[in-house]
Each structure stands twice: as structure tokens, then as C-alpha cells.
Design a protein around this ligand. Structure first.
Ligand code: ZN
Length: 183
């Protein structure tokens, strides 16, 4: 499955929407708890007996605890949301950077039929011509194909990221000098 900038944006928006819903619920709970606490506190002045006051104080403490819990949950949700947004922004920046980078390369077939990506002419930006691994390219990353050996018409290369090894070219019989001492 390919992952595009649009996918990342869509995912980000739905993530924010879900997190906001949870956030709002916690805030509403905290606010209704505080309103209930205010109502209880107002009612205390109308009570005449100490035992009733004690009962109301316990009720008040309970309501305040619930409100505090909801406020902390809302704060935690907000922190979690900020972290997710920051991570998403980082992922998006990487994706946009790769989209720019991958456009510098074009698919090339090397004999006997090996597919690699090569730097397009005019996109050098000061770097020498080179080829990169098609497997890594399709996974969304750039990895150079390093030349490990060359001779008799063949070139061996390797990608050190995914261990892909390539041998391109056509074997050429080595030229043997037959003019020897027996002639
Ligand atoms: Zn690779």
C-alpha cells in the first residue's frame, strides 16, 4: 500500500477529531462537577445542624475529587493530542521530503533485465551519477547501489540497506595472449 501526503493529512484530521471528542467530554464533566460543587457550597449556609453540614462537606469533597479527576484527564488528553500532532507533522515533513527526492530518479533496466533507479540528467545538484535500489525506493527510502566488483563485462553491486545484490552486464571471455614460447 502506498502512503501519500493526502493519506497522512486525512489520518491526521480524523485523529484530531477523535481526540477532541474525548477532550471535550472530560472538560464538560469537570465543569458540571464544579457547578455541582458551587450549588452544594451555597446550600451549606441554609443548613442548621452540624451533622448535616458534615454530610454536605463530604458530598462536596466527593464532587470536587471527580471534577479534579476529569480536569486532569482533559489535560492528559491535551498533552497526548499535542504529541500525536507533533509526530504527524514530523511524518508529513519526511513524506514531503521523500516525494521531492524520489522525483529526481527514473526507472532503468540493466542487462539482463534488472530494474534499478538512476539519477535523472539535470538533477545532479553537485553529486556524481549513481543508481539506487528499486526495492528500497518502493518502500519509500533512498539507498545507494554500491559497486562491489567490476570485470569481464560484468558489474556487481549491492544495497547495504536491504542486502539486495545485483550483477549486470554480459560476460566477455577474457582475451588470452596465445603468442607464447611454443610458436
Ligand atoms: Zn535496498
Amino acid at each position: 500500500m502506498s502512503w501519500t501526503t493526502q493519506d497522512a493529512c486525512n489520518s491526521g484530521f480524523s485523529l484530531i477529531a477523535v481526540s477532541n471528542m474525548v477532550d471535550v467530554t472530560a472538560i464538560v464533566t469537570a465543569m458540571s462537577g464544579l457547578k455541582a460543587a458551587t450549588d452544594i457550597a451555597k446550600g451549606i449556609f441554609d443548613i442548621k445542624s452540624i451533622s448535616e453540614v458534615q454530610g454536605k462537606v463530604i458530598e462536596l469533597q466527593s464532587v470536587i475529587l471527580v471534577a479534579q479527576g476529569s480536569a486532569m484527564a482533559a489535560q492528559s488528553e491535551q498533552y497526548s493530542l499535542q504529541e500525536k500532532v507533533r509526530q504527524l507533522e514530523t511524518d508529513l515533513a519526511k513524506l514531503q521530503s521523500w516525494e521531492t527526492e524520489r522525483d529526481r530518479y527514473q526507472l532503468e533496466e540493466l542487462p539482463p533485465g534488472i530494474l534499478v533507479y538512476r539519477l535523472k540528467p539535470g538533477f545532479e545538484n553537485g553529486v556524481p551519477p549513481h543508481r539506487i535500489c528499486a526495492t528500497c525506493y518502493n518502500r519509500g527510502s533512498k539507498s545507494l547501489l554500491h559497486i562491489t566488483d567490476r570485470g569481464n563485462g560484468l558489474t556487481n553491486g549491492k544495497c547495504y540497506s536491504c542486502s539486495f545484490e545485483v550483477q549486470s552486464g554480459r560476460f566477455i571471455e577474457p582475451q588470452i595472449n596465445r603468442s607464447n614460447w611454443m610458436d
